[in-house]
Design a protein around this ligand. Structure first.
Ligand SMILES: [Zn+2]
Length: 82
């Protein structure tokens, strides 16, 4: 679900569109529509968080790229990413 928010940065004011924050579990395909992880991402030091899938219970790594799009991967496959 794309959300548009009004922001004010210094002198300039504008509408920022937060991109899609819904994602599907890469393992079981369950759709996650919560946006609380987006707030957690904001607060997290490394820009990534781990969450358990509510469908299959697998651990998911979640981060967002430079455009604000959500990237999701399986934590068990993480070593392959490095
Ligand atoms: Zn799942």
């Amino acid at each position: 679900m794309a959300k548009c928010i009004d922001i004010q940065i210094g002198e300039s004011r504008g509408i920022v569109c937060l991109c899609q924050t819904d994602f599907n579990c890469p393992k079981c395909g369950k759709l996650h529509t919560e946006d609380d992880y987006y707030k957690q991402l904001d607060k997290s030091k490394h820009g990534l968080i781990y969450k358990k899938c509510k469908g299959c219970g697998v651990k998911l790594g979640i981060t967002s790229d430079i455009k604000g799009d959500i990237r999701v991967w399986l934590k068990e496959e993480e070593t392959k990413l490095k």
